[in-house]
Design a protein around this ligand. Sequence first.
Ligand SMILES: *Cc1c(COP(=O)(O)O)cnc(C)c1O
Length: 363
Amino acid sequence: MTDLQSMIRSLLRPEVLALSAYHVPDSSGYVKLDAMENPYSWPDDMVDEWLARLREARPNRYPDPSCGRLKARLREAYGVPEAAGLLMGNGSDEIIQIILMALKGRDATVLAPEPTFVMYRQIASSLGLEFIGVPLRGEDFALDMPAMRAMIETHRPAVIFLAYPNNPTGNLFDSEDIAEILRIAPGLVVVDEAYTAYAGRSFMPRLAEFDNLLVMRTLSKLGLAGLRLGFMAGAKAWIDEFDKIRLPYNINTLTQISTEFALEKRKVLESQVESILRDRQHLYEELARLPGVHVYRSDANFILFRLLRHDADHVFRKLKDAGILIKNLHSSGGRLAGCLRVTVGTPEENQRFLTALAETLAS
Ligand SMILES: *Cc1c(COP(=O)(O)O)cnc(C)c1O
């Protein structure tokens, strides 16, 4: 071992050394259907208006640390109950990190059904927290409630994450099951509503019912992935504590101005969402017609499908060779063996994907 290596090992926590970095593949030049982005940009006149608005930005000054104006806009746009507090994050990824950093002791446990969004496990591990994954039901990816009850009872998790709809499976868990988890959980329950624009269901209106409910949102999947803005609503007493460890200027000036602007122009984003929902239906029907493909219903802007007769790694590589980047979940194994995930793109992108997939399956 070099001196440098031994110095790294002696200074860093073993859980950091044990992590593998979150890998984002280089997507330049590809039809990019791997990351649940909204494929549409803004109309030209809206871009002009946005750039004019950015003139008020003062890069020499720090941003508004409390995001006052933006918070007011978010409350109004997303029906955040007046009594609830609001925590702002540089993406909702950062909010997950803030919640977990605040937990008491190294023995706190984090629980989530799996397969789910990988950052829950990744961030918990990076902080040395125990992470318990409870397998979803194999046939439909619903919550396995007997298993959830047992694991909650045994492990007494400080935080439970429920992605609603779930990524990468695309389904909404039963809302009665979530309400039961909120009642029996000894700690916090974070309902992660990253895809709410495509699902039309939310626990936001139920915040007053549960002291331990936190509702997390992001604007990434709606169409602002490049701005990095997430937020979380919950009882003020919780939010005030988490806000203490949020870095004061985590939401930069350009993001604040641009997000306020985009929320004013919400109708444009909403009509993009409508197109994506129509195209999701079309993509679902076309995938379902392909031989050897099992396709799962989705309440999000992506579709999970399973290859019943073909090697998923091979199909993934063939699509990539054809210039189309989707997400290979086969490698994560378990319940996702044979599974690939495709984001709903523009009609042309979806067609290119379908054509390339059909050709690969037929060859
Ligand atoms: C994409 C995603 C996020 C993270 O979103 P950012 O705000 O871009 O960090 C959080 N939760 C789920 C379930 C996601 O799929």
